[in-house]
Design a protein around this ligand. Structure first.
Ligand code: V0V
Ligand code: CO
Length: 137
C-alpha cells in the first residue's frame, strides 16, 4: 500500500530561517517553494534522497491547520506523508478499515501531487498524508 516516506512536514514560524537551518545542517537542496492557499501554508521541499523530502511549513494565518498546531504545540514535526500509487484507491482502502479521512476527495499538493490526510487520532497520534506524485513525462 505504501511505497515510501515521501516527506516529513515540519511546522515553523519563519520559513526562510528554517530553510537556512536544514539546508546548511544536512546539506539539502531546496527543490521547490510554493504557497498553497487551500491548505493555508507557505512551504518548501528539501530533497533528502530520491523522492523523499523534508517539507518546511509556515502558516498563512493563525486559524489554519499549521497555525493552530504552532499555537498549541510549538515548532516541530507536524505530519508524515507516504507515497502511494493511487491516492483515491488508498483512501477507499483505508476508510474501509474505519480510519477517518480528513478529505473526502484528493486535494492539490506540492509539486503537482494529489494528497489526502488521515485523522491523527486514528493513526497513533500521527497526522498522516497520502501523496500521489504528479505523473512524470
Ligand atoms: C492536531 N492534532 C494533531 C495534529 N494536529 N496530532 C498530531 N499531529 C498533528 N499535526 C490533535 C490535537 O492535538 C487534538 O488532540 C486533535 O488532534 C484534534 O485537533 P484540534 O486542535 O481539535 O483540531 P484542529 O482544528 O487543529 O485540526 C486538526 C486536523 C487539521 C488534523 C484535523 O490540522 C487538519 O485537517 N489537517 C490536515 C490539513 C493540513 O494539516 N494541512 C497543512 C499541511 P487532543 O488535544 O484532542 O488530544 S499542507 C501539506 O502538507 C501539503 C500542501 C503537501 O504536502 O503538499
Ligand atoms: Co505535506
Amino acid at each position: 500500500m505504501l511505497l515510501r516516506i515521501d516527506h516529513v512536514g515540519i511546522a515553523c514560524h519563519d520559513l526562510e530561517e528554517k530553510i537556512k537551518l536544514f539546508s546548511e545542517l544536512f546539506e539539502l537542496e531546496v527543490v521547490t517553494r510554493e504557497v498553497n492557499e487551500e491548505q493555508g501554508v507557505k512551504e518548501a521541499m528539501l530533497r533528502v534522497a530520491g523522492d523523499s523530502y523534508i517539507q518546511l511549513l509556515e502558516p498563512l494565518s493563525p486559524d489554519s491547520p499549521v497555525g493552530k498546531f504552532l499555537a498549541k504545540r510549538g515548532e516541530g514535526v507536524h505530519h508524515v506523508a507516504f507515497g502511494v500509487g493511487d491516492v483515491k484507491l488508498t483512501m477507499d482502502e483505508i476508510a474501509a478499515k474505519g480510519v477517518r479521512l480528513l478529505d473526502s476527495a484528493p486535494r492539490h499538493g506540492t509539486m503537482g501531487s494529489s494528497i489526502a490526510f488521515l485523522h491523527p487520532k486514528d493513526v497513533g497520534g500521527m497526522l498522516t498524508e497520502l501523496v500521489q506524485s504528479a505523473k512524470r513525462k
